[in-house]
Design a protein around this ligand. Structure first.
Ligand SMILES: [Zn+2]
Length: 107
């Protein structure tokens, strides 16, 4: 099984067939399954920025952002059985999400 290499139909990367599901590599599956949560994260962050700039209390939105981040972690753990690898995926996703909101907050 592990000796067979196949191409991911989304990114074209060559990976072991054991890592492949529905023609997609793990990277693409993680990315696809998080798409909705990533949008939700961005939406909440923009809302938080609006509240903050208007002087309103944004604690509750901060908690919603934390909940979305927890759901992202759960989704990654569902897809990635290796704990260390799951941690790396989560770190990367959160950095990307926070990086995006950093860009938003500066623009
Ligand atoms: Zn891929």
């Amino acid at each position: 099984m592990t000796g067979i290499l196949v191409f991911c139909r989304n990114c074209g990367k060559q990976v072991a067939s054991a890592e492949m599901r529905d023609g997609l590599c793990l990277d693409c599956r993680v990315s696809a399954s998080l798409a909705e949560l990533r949008r939700e994260h961005a939406r909440l962050w923009r809302k938080r920025e609006r509240y903050r700039s208007s002087g309103a209390n944004f604690d509750s939105i901060g908690r919603q952002v934390a909940r979305v981040e927890n759901r992202m972690a759960e989704k990654i753990r569902e897809l990635v059985s290796n704990d260390k690898q799951a941690g790396e995926y989560l770190k990367r996703e959160l950095e990307a999400a926070r990086g995006a909101r950093y860009t938003i907050s500066r623009s």
